[in-house]
Ligand binder design. Structure first.
Ligand code: ATP
Length: 234
């Protein structure tokens, strides 16, 4: 399987403090990988470097084979990201917001816009003004927007944060569909394994800026039924 995201020896120093320390991992085609860690572990800083929002202090990131340092535009062409709450035009409807974004990216397929809206579950709300959207609906609109340019990789910072249990379930379902039906790879951060274990095939655990664990997620039948097992990669 093709490697869509390759992170090598990624490091970040801010004001003499080492925030991210020599992190390396891959995300393969169609794979969802969870980036786990407590508050302040360094997840957002790692993601910001991966998507080009923060300067890389050392190491590099390749998206679909393109270096963030030397092939920035080509790397971005293959990337969709929601790192912080994206800004929308509150007086425009959901549909108009997405069309506006499409125009910026010279991609005008209305069919694709509707397919993406349907996939993330905002098709029924496209005629509403975005100012009336709930947090969860804005989150979905942000992910729809990130998908409009048909990226090979989605990078999402805590997309399950602040959602109620039904919202968490629905978000997990459509993110799994995005990976399985569109073949888009995803790196998704979270505080908790329990939030993403059902959709990720692998998790990476960050502690104080270092990669502590990289594990496959699997399920095995045991005495107590189906048990979650973590297989340590060497
Ligand atoms: P959370 O889950 O709370 O968002 P996180 O794992 O995403 O946490 P980061 O936001 O990446 O963690 O922060 C990692 C560490 O780097 C924290 O100690 C934070 O205070 C520090 N940090 C991040 N950005 C800056 C900055 N611009 N200046 C100084 N320190 C920073």
């Amino acid at each position: 399987m093709n490697t869509i995201l390759s992170v090598r020896h990624l490091s970040k120093e801010i004001k003499g403090r080492s925030i991210v320390k020599d992190i390396s991992f891959d995300v393969l085609e169609g794979e969802i990988v969870g980036l786990l860690g407590a508050n302040g572990a360094g997840k957002t800083t790692i993601m910001k470097m991966i998507v080009g929002l923060s300067k890389i202090s050392a190491g590099d990131v390749w998206i679909a084979g393109n270096s963030m340092k030397t092939q920035f535009s080509k790397a971005l062409d293959n990337l969709g990201a929601v790192i912080e709450a994206p800004a929308f035009y509150p007086y425009l409807r959901g549909y108009e917001n997405l069309r506006q974004y499409q125009r910026l990216h010279k991609n005008t397929s209305k069919d694709w816009l509707l397919e993406v809206a349907n996939l993330v579950g905002i098709d029924h709300a496209l005629k509403q003004r975005v100012g009336t959207y709930s947090l969860g609906m804005k989150q979905r609109l942000g992910i729809a927007q990130a998908l409009l340019k048909k990226p090979k990789l989605l990078v999402l910072d805590e997309p399950l944060n602040g959602l109620d249990p039904a919202g968490v379930r629905e978000t997990r379902n459509y993110l799994s569909k995005i990976a399985s039906e569109l073949g888009v790879s995803a790196l998704i951060s979270s505080h908790q394994l329990s939030e993403i274990e059902q959709m990720a095939s692998r998790v990476i655990v960050i502690q104080e800026g270092s990669l502590m664990i990289e594990q496959q997620i699997g399920y095995e039948a045991g005495d107590g039924g189906l048990q979650l097992t973590l297989h340590v990669n060497d």
